[in-house]
Structure formats: C-alpha cells, structure tokens
Design a protein around this ligand. Structure first.
Ligand code: C5P
Length: 223
C-alpha cells in the first residue's frame, strides 16, 4: 500500500475488533493500537492504588504519572504500565467490569485521546476502540464500525474462555457485555456511536478472515 492511511475500527464489546484490527495491521505492516487496553491499564493501576474509579481529577493525576506502552508481542499485543507487563491482568473480569467507569471521566478521555492522536500522527495505524472514528481520528481515511448480536458476541467470548480452560457462564457473560455496552453508549463524553461516515460491518455470521478481507479491500480503495 503506497499511502500510509489511518484506519479506525469502532464497535461494541466483543465484536472482534482487536482480533480483526491486529490482523489487518499485520497484513499492511501498520501499527496496531488497542485503545481499550489503555483504559484497562489505567483502571488496573487505579484499583491497585485504591483511587476512586469515578473521581476524574484523581484519575487524571494518576494517569499523568503513568507510562502506558503497547508493544508488539509474538502472539499478542503486550501492555506495559510503568514498564511492568500487565497484559494478562488487564483482561481480568474485575478490570473488565470496572473500566467503563474510568473511561467515562472527561479528564481521563482528554489525556488518552491526546496520547492516541500522537501515536497516529505519522499514519500507517490501525486503531480500535469506541470513539476512534468520532473523536480520536475523525479524519482517518477509513472508518469501520463492527457489530454483531449480543448473543453472538457472548458466545464467542464464552468459547474463548472455555478453549483456554477457564470456567465460564454464558448468561453471565451476556449480561456483562450488555451492561458494558449500555454504559459506553449512554455516557456523556464521547459515547460509543457509529460515525456518520463509518462503514458498518455486521460480523454475526462472518468469519474473522472474511471480516479482515473486507476491511483490506476497503483499505485498498482508500489508499
Ligand atoms: O476494547 P475493550 O473492550 O478492551 O475496551 C474496554 C473499555 O474501555 C470499553 O468498555 C470502554 O469503556 C473503554 N474504551 C473507551 N474508548 C475507547 C476504547 C475503550 O471508552 N476508545
């Protein structure tokens, strides 16, 4: 691809954004940036430091003292807070069920968006999240909104856990996903919404490779 475009991928929890975004980035030799991991990292540190998860100014102070690094690992993206690898810890259910409280604080979002814009400054980035097409990279050449039914998203998550030998409850997963979507969609600051110029892909009956191929085709057209 001759032009280093930026690709924004948004959508609700469990729509396959990170898997798809990483594959698209790999294929194009672009940089993959998982913005959800940044909010998760701050949430993890706030829990550890006993900072109130709804206290925006205190969270911002904590974020100012926090280095969040996303690195390319062999199988997955590595997430480091202050040079400590927390890739696994930030996926715990405790962090997952609390991250939306941290992510709805305007002070936190302002700083995160600043960092994310800097990362994408030179182009050649695939960034996934909730507000990438609407706020972080509103001028990105390609915006994709990935969706899937909540049942499908819950069963993908359930399967992933069971495949990894982790005990899981489908109904509970479905409820947690729906609740997180509700919080992300109904928040005041930069809620989860499809950008008016984003292309929606309903992945309910698609395989990961089909979704990746579709996005690569769109990227080719935009480059
Ligand atoms: O993408 P992931 O599910 O890991 O994101 C975790 C949480 O981080 C989301 O539920 C949302 O509350 C928050 N988030 C956000 N804006 C982004 C990415 C994630 O508010 N751009």
């Amino acid at each position: 691809m001759n032009k280093r475009i930026n690709i924004a991928i948004d959508g609700p929890a469990g729509a396959g954004k990170s898997t798809v975004a990483r594959k698209v980035a790999d294929y194009l030799s672009f940089l993959y940036i998982d913005t959800g991991a940044m909010y998760r990292a701050l949430t993890f540190k706030a829990i550890e430091k006993n900072v109130d998860l709804e206290d925006g100014p205190s969270l911002k102070l904590l974020l100012d003292k926090t280095v969040i690094d996303l690195q390319v690992g062999e199988k997955e993206q590595l997430v480091l807070i202050d040079h400590r690898n927390v890739t696994t810890e930030i996926r715990s259910s405790h962090v997952t069920n609390n991250v939306s409280f941290v992510a709805r604080q305007s002070e936190v979002r302002e700083e995160m968006v600043k960092r994310q814009k800097l990362l994408a400054e030179r182009g050649g980035v695939v960034m996934d999240g909730r507000d990438i097409g609407t706020h972080v990279l509103p001028k990105s050449e390609l915006k994709v909104f990935l969706s899937a039914s909540v049942e499908e998203r819950a069963s993908r998550r359930y399967k992933e856990l069971v495949d990894n030998g982790i005990e899981a409850n489908y109904e509970q997963i479905k409820e947690e996903i729906a609740l997180r979507d509700k919080r992300d969609t109904e928040r005041e600051v930069a809620p989860l919404v499809k950008a008016s110029d984003a292309i929606e892909i309903d992945t309910t009956t698609m395989t990961i490779l089909e979704v990746v191929d579709h996005i690569l085709q769109l990227a080719k057209e935009r480059a």
